[in-house]
Design a protein. Structure first.
Length: 260
């Protein structure tokens, strides 16, 4: 399974370039969730939501739709990640379980200043539960400091079945190592000059990469912390068009979905 989506569904320029003219804000999620196959929710990073909100999102989206949730900042913006236990419990207990089968990966985005500390990273990974009620949880860890480019980080992620987020970004390092039973990619280089954010050539390449990931292959064209290691194990793949020229991201996602 390969899913492609965007970050959030509320962005003022999308009213003119993505949503039909006159569409009310209350109907934007319903429209967006039928144009792409997944959405990464950024609001959960900044605010704590309650069960009725997650129930509302569940009702407004198609049966086969999936949300990725960015974990609350209090879980990850800290000097000692291993002390995040209470914050993690608070976030996971806020009602995310109401999404049921529509709950996709949880993104744990570390601060760009956070350096790799193997003991602290493992302590944090141990805090991430494998289940929430009857739901299986999938965890994606986004490291944004070059010090994480080490085989030790890859080994820890594999040990705890946590996906290392691949970032196509000019600001943060890229790690394409396969470490979990799914892949999480954030493509952040869309350009305003391109009708579909990424050029046709670039989108064709990302389609090839996504299909390779789905088959358990590690494309040699990408950057790694421990080198390209393919294992041939099928994986679910989640690709998000994030940042860059945000007004183009829905078009990039829809174009990639069409190519797939």
């Amino acid at each position: 399974m390969i899913r492609v989506g965007i970050g959030g569904w509320t962005f003022e320029p999308w009213k003119d370039s993505f949503y039909p003219k006159g569409l009310s804000a209350a109907k934007e999620l319903g429209f967006a969730s039928r144009a792409v196959t997944t959405i990464e929710v950024n609001g959960t990073f900044y605010s704590t939501f309650k069960p009725p909100t997650f129930q509302k999102w569940f009702k407004e989206t198609p049966d086969d739709f999936v949300f990725a949730l960015k974990a609350n900042r209090f879980c990850v913006n800290r000097k000692v990640l291993g002390d995040a236990g209470e914050s993690i419990e608070r976030f996971l207990g806020s009602g995310v379980e109401e999404l049921g089968p529509k709950l996709g990966p949880i993104l744990w985005q570390l601060a760009g200043t956070k350096k790799f500390d193997p003991g602290d990273v493992e302590a944090f990974l141990k805090l991430l539960p494998k289940k929430l009620g009857k739901l299986k949880l999938r965890h994606a860890l986004e490291a944004r400091h070059e010090s994480f480019r080490t085989p030790e980080f890859v080994a820890l992620a594999k040990k705890h079945n946590a996906a290392i987020v691949y970032a196509d970004s000019e600001d943060y390092p890229a790690f394409a190592d396969l470490t979990a039973d799914f892949v999480y990619a954030r493509l952040q280089s869309t350009k305003e000059s391109e009708k579909t954010g990424y050029s046709t050539k670039a989108l064709n390449e990302w389609v090839k990469v996504a299909k390779a990931w789905e088959k358990g292959e590690a494309p040699k064209s990408l950057e790694y912390a421990d080198g390209p290691v393919s294992d041939g194990k099928p994986r679910d793949v989640f690709v998000y068009m994030i940042a860059g020229a945000k007004e183009k991201n829905p078009h990039a996602a829809m174009a990639m979905i069409e190519k797939l």
